[in-house]
Design a binder for this molecule. Sequence first.
Ligand SMILES: Cc1cc2nc3c(=O)[nH]c(=O)nc-3n(C[C@H](O)[C@H](O)[C@H](O)COP(=O)(O)OP(=O)(O)OC[C@H]3O[C@@H](n4cnc5c(N)ncnc54)[C@H](O)[C@@H]3O)c2cc1C
Length: 295
Amino acid sequence: MIRDFLEIHGEYHDDKSFKDLTTLKMGGPIRHLIMPESAEDLKTIIAYLKTERIPFKIIGNGSNLICGEAEYEGVVICMKKLNTYRISEDEVYAEAGVLVPNLAMILAKQGYSCLEFAAGIPGCIGGLVYMNAGAYKGCMADVVKEVMVLKDDQLVWMNNDELKFSYRNSIFHSHPHWAVVAAKLKLERKPSEEIEELMADRLRRRRETQPLDKASAGSCFRNPDNDFAWKLIDSIGYRGFSINDVCVSEKHSNFIVNNGNGTADDYLNIVYQIQDRVKEKYQIRLVMEVEKFNC
Ligand SMILES: Cc1cc2nc3c(=O)[nH]c(=O)nc-3n(C[C@H](O)[C@H](O)[C@H](O)COP(=O)(O)OP(=O)(O)OC[C@H]3O[C@@H](n4cnc5c(N)ncnc54)[C@H](O)[C@@H]3O)c2cc1C
């Protein structure tokens, strides 16, 4: 019944798991996965799921998620097929499923400064807006003009001020049923070589300092005020600590990586141990940046 409805509103799968859809490559089966190809289909799907009281989760590239092993009995809506973009003189319109590193490269080649800070963030536009993702002192709040939001069954444009951006946070955290459908980002003209050089330099630094050859969800913890999570983790001796296939990276101690058959239980066991030790030693509560889902 759900399947019959979903199949006519996008690409439908009943044989996928969170292992397939997250960069951490962990997590159990997904009963229904739907990938809508238009905003209208997305609107119809969400209206139906709300009316039928069927739980759902919207995802982009799954690069900030840690998912449990139990089957997810609701519907995962993956936005990656909503992936068109249009560049005009001073802005780019990009749908939620556009992969940010790809867009950053395209803009750089055409001489547009905008997403240099995000070239190494392996998420989609919707996920980066949701997280107000950032790096190198830049974040989405600096470049977003407006976001098209599906809320209360309507498609509306919300401007930057209305999105309540703060450190790795936005209004969407308190409205899990709202969907980011597209965003307009500010562009500035700059020589391509200058932008490409900056991005290449930052990507090189990332390769040197982050375990990019391993499955991960990026930084596990937020940096506390005036401190760095990796330093605190090092100081309690957890660099390299592992439980089964899940390991605190030797290369960057705020990255927890999956060496193959890791599970969310192993990952969270490490997280809770680190939180306890850091609390004991420094009275600082490390807060997860990675989001737990279905666990
Ligand atoms: C190697 C690596 C490096 C990283 N480096 C950085 C970094 O430098 N800075 C940084 O900030 N992050 C970093 N991250 C974390 C991650 O890439 C970001 O948090 C990114 O914003 C997540 O985007 P996503 O599309 O993968 O979102 P997902 O992981 O799919 O989803 C994350 C959250 O966003 C919600 N969401 C996704 N799309 C939508 C939508 N269209 N509408 C509404 N809600 C939506 C989901 O429900 C979920 O709650 C890194 C991750 C990895 C693996």
